[in-house]
Design a protein around this ligand. Structure first.
Ligand code: ZN
Ligand code: ZN
Length: 565
């Protein structure tokens, strides 16, 4: 439990590598300044420090204009706003009649149906009584009557005479509606800031509104219908024939910061119904309405099929105001950009812009590779080879015969050797460097009957562990233990005691043979392997282990094997 609690009381931080380089340092600061400038510009440009609120709005429209038209069968007719603005007002939109088909003086009765493919008949039995379909003007009576001189159609009970014309007149009867004007009143509110505004601005008075013109004042709330349609890139005369839908967009993009307050509407126009559909089925926009009167006690009506333009007013927009929280959130979201500097410089160091050695040095310092415990790597040195071998630990093969993973140059452990040599010279026991068996007069020992097959020096004995089966040589020859240096560097008791005292000045080095034995192993490793590569485990050959154990035996005869400090 205490172990788990301990992990709670720990904090891990990243280890950083500082490279002292004028070039990289100035590059880092340049990049950071560029990023900071980018962040500041983006913040000011997009007003990222502002809290935003969407608009809430209401719209009303007031149409004005009068037109005089020549209606066939009626003569001159004056149209005012009541006539042409249609029967009903919809929310956020207004309608203007631009073309009309009028059927006068209809009353309930029986008359011939409009001739169409399936309505033409020759005799009464072609018509079925009570029949009706979506295109009928009334219910069939079952009689076949004359429609005109040439054609006969089924008789219907309907408002007679029925509307015969289906195509709207060209040009449009009310093409003059182009000159009508509309006053659009738009009230908006930004609830988050409790801000209210109108598109008729406070400084606009009655005189201004009477005289203002959209052509030279983009804020004028009075629009000529012809101008609206023109700015939606449509031709009023063409649109007026069959009708359509035009969108009036009012965009409020408000800045409510005290010093830069600005909140004005921006108007734009476009056609909303599909223009192409005008050439195909059910084009434009039309509907029917009727006006009723009675003549001699008989109820009569005038039927109007009205074509026209519906104007939909759409209001959207937002207001922004400085908010400290937004500013903090924005700054927080940009911090990750500074990582780009690290990524770029790390990439630069890895590319060929840098010398191979510098690159190697940086990556060695930056990346610490750790081996998995499963992959125990052993480092091995032979007396007849200059290089170190890195070998994977094996349970099946003797260590002497395992193929090396890599071969590395030996790194000299200067400090330790220096200390050892100093100690030697001080005692005046400089080792005799006389070569042994160098003249070849003595043949190298041949393998004896009790000697293991992997030994090439004749000094090793067999061991049950495969990873301990290591000789001091790669080829047959004299054992390293026969060298005088082995005795003076590894087995010399005064030297080992001096080393132990150097490590622990107040301890008693002579007290423990275990400490001396371990120090001897370390001496051998420092001498023959130098500094073994990181994460590898140095191995002392069998012959040397035996010599050291002979010299510094364990009291209870129990050896743990060498463990690195
Ligand atoms: Zn051997
Ligand atoms: Zn040996």
């Amino acid at each position: 439990m205490s172990c788990r609690l301990l992990t709670l009381c720990q904090y891990e931080t990243n280890k950083l590598v500082r490279i002292n380089s004028v070039r990289l340092g100035s590059l880092k600061w340049t990049l950071n300044v560029v990023i900071l400038m980018f962040i500041c510009i983006m913040m000011l440009w997009n007003k990222q420090y502002q809290e935003l609120d969407p608009v809430v709005s209401s719209v009303t429209a007031k149409l004005k204009g009068v037109a005089l038209t020549q209606v066939p069968g009626l003569g001159d007719v004056v149209w005012d706003v009541v006539d042409y603005s249609g029967p009903a007002q919809e929310k956020n939109s207004f309608f203007v009649v631009t073309n009309v088909i009028i059927t006068k003086n209809q009353k309930q009765g029986k008359c011939a149906e409009v001739p169409r493919e399936d309505k033409v008949c020759r005799m009464d039995k072609d018509c079925s009584k009570g029949a009706w379909d979506q295109h009928s003007h009334g219910v069939q009576t079952g009689a076949c009557v004359k429609f005109d001189m040439r054609r006969k159609t089924c008789e219907v009970s309907a408002w007679c005479p029925v509307e015969t014309r289906s195509k709207p007149p060209r040009p449009a009867l009310l093409a003059a509606a182009e000159n009508f004007t509309v006053l659009i009143k738009n009230n908006i509110r930004f609830p988050a800031f409790n801000y209210v505004r109108r598109n008729i601005l406070p400084q606009m008075n009655d005189t201004y509104l009477r005289g203002c013109h959209r052509g030279d004042d983009a804020l004028c709330p009075i629009f000529r219908l012809g101008d609206i349609v023109h700015q939606a890139r449509e031709d009023f005369a063409v649109l007026a024939v069959e009708g359509g839908v035009i969108g009036i967009q009012i965009n409020w993009d408000c800045n409510l910061d005290r010093l830069m307050e600005r909140c004005l509407p921006k108007y734009s126009f476009r056609r909303l119904d599909e223009k192409e559909s005008n050439r195909t089925l059910y084009p434009g926009l039309n509907f029917r309405f009727a006006r009723y009167h009675s003549e001699n006690g008989v109820e009569m009506r005038t039927l109007y099929k009205a074509f026209g333009i519906r104007f939909d007013v759409m209001v959207f927009g937002k207001a922004g105001k400085f908010s400290f929280i937004q500013l903090v959130v924005y700054i927080g979201s940009t911090l990750s950009y500074y990582a780009l500097t690290t990524i770029f410089i790390d990439w630069l160091i890895g590319t060929s812009c840098y010398k191979m050695e510098a690159r190697q040095n940086y990556s060695e310092r930056k990346v610490e590779s750790v081996q998995d415990k499963q992959q125990c790597i052993l480092s091995v040195s032979f007396v007849d080879e200059d290089h170190l071998r890195l070998v994977r630990k094996s349970r099946k093969k003797s260590l002497q015969n395992v193929k090396p993973l890599s071969v590395l140059p030996r790194k000299e452990n200067n400090g330790s050797h220096l200390r050892a040599m100093l100690e030697l010279t001080k005692q005046g026991s400089t080792p005799k460097l006389a070569p042994v068996n160098s003249n070849g007069s003595k043949p190298w020992p041949q393998p004896g009957p009790g000697e293991p097959g992997w030994c090439l020096c004749g000094g090793c004995s067999s061991t049950p562990l495969r990873q301990e089966e290591l000789c001091c040589r790669r080829s047959r020859g004299p054992c390293i233990t026969s060298s005088p240096l082995f005795h003076s560097l590894v087995l010399s008791r005064p030297l080992l005691e001096a080393l132990l005292r150097y490590r622990d000045p107040l301890g008693d080095p002579a007290g423990s043979t275990d400490a001396l034995r371990h120090c001897a192993y370390e001496q051998y490793i420092a001498w023959r392997l130098g500094v073994p590569p990181a994460d590898s485990h140095p191995v002392v050959p069998r012959c040397c282990v035996e010599k050291i154990r002979e010299e510094f035996p364990s009291l209870d005869g129990d050896y743990q094997g060498f463990k690195p400090r």
